[in-house]
Design a protein around this ligand. Structure first.
Ligand code: HEC
Ligand code: HEC
Length: 234
């Protein structure tokens, strides 16, 4: 009997549930934010189709995977898989081998996921749900409200567009959303962009309280109308 993997042999790998946590633990400290290291953003926020890290992996071709949409050329032996993937190669090279220590299980997750052709969802999702799911990345009203808050509060130092990104919203821990925990420049005093709200709720901090509330409300909406991928991520 082969030994089942630590996540069990009764379910498929889901990118959000099984792989993103590896990036959160080991990569996002450098590969996220306004200037991600090497311009490689591996953070977990949702984007129009997938999430930020998955988009990055596809865009930069960090994994060698079969794509049925490619041309009809014959696949050569050993053309795809973890042994051919930049994502694995870079972690073995000197810089990263020193910076990053993956546990055996994390390696297993990463390579098994790549060798499974790098799926995002763990199952078929193209079903019509009784209640249409809330679509955070498409929530233009939320983006407009957050932009207005940030134009007031951050505009003196940042282009508001640069610090207002829907994919920075952390639905599981709204208070950890990047634009709330970001450091403020010295001109704005000590602390983070989300700190001190309660103390001066009527003053300069007020827009931030609104920002935090917007994020929290978004999470509630999403919980009430969950998408397949929110269920995947559990
Ligand atoms: C301590 C900071 C740090 C951590 C942690 C880190 N990286 Fe990096 N990474 C960098 C820097 C800096 C670069 C830019 C190139 C270089 O200096 O190696 C980079 C570059 C990269 C690149 C682009 C390399 C290329 O040649 O295309 C990839 C892919 C990458 N990292 C993946 C990862 C992954 C996956 C993890 C986590 C398992 C990770 N990194 C963790 C700092 C880090
Ligand atoms: C007084 C100027 C100032 C204001 C106001 C300000 N910031 Fe910043 N912000 C900075 C500076 C300077 C840095 C770079 C700090 C660093 O590199 O550690 C920064 C960095 C950041 C980062 C990058 C941190 C990271 O983890 O990559 C984010 C995100 C950010 N700010 C968001 C915001 C948001 C959102 C607001 C408004 C709510 C805001 N900032 C208001 C000066 C400011």
């Amino acid at each position: 009997m082969p030994t089942p993997p630590p996540w069990g042999d009764r379910r498929n790998l889901s990118f959000l549930r099984d792989v993103q946590p590896v990036f959160d633990r080991h990569c996002a400290s450098c590969h996220s934010g306004l200037e991600p290291a090497g311009a490689v953003d591996l953070s977990g926020g949702l984007t129009a189709r997938y999430n930020r890290a998955y988009d990055t992996i596809l865009e930069k071709k960090l994994i060698a995977r079969s794509n049925v949409g490619d041309d009809a050329r014959i696949t050569q032996p050993l053309e795809f898989g973890s042994h051919k993937s930049r994502l694995v190669e870079i972690l073995r090279e000197k810089g990263h081998a020193e910076r990053v220590r993956l546990s055996g299980e994390d390696w297993y997750r990463l390579t098994a996921w790549i060798d499974g052709n790098g799926p995002y969802h763990d199952g078929f999702i193209n079903k019509r749900l009784a209640v249409p799911p809330y679509d955070l990345p498409a929530d233009a009203a939320l983006l407009a409200k957050l932009s207005a808050v940030h134009a007031r509060r951050c505009g003196s130092c940042h282009e508001p567009g640069a610090v207002t990104r829907i994919d920075w919203i952390d639905l599981r821990r709204p208070e950890a959303s990047r634009f709330l925990v970001a450091p403020l420049g010295s001109g704005a005093g000590e602390g983070t962009a989300g700190a001190g709200d309660a103390a001066d709720a009527g003053g300069a901090g007020a827009p931030l309280v609104q920002g935090a509330r917007l994020v929290r409300r978004t999470r509630l909406t999403r919980r009430a109308r969950p998408t397949q991928e929110a269920r995947d991520a559990r």
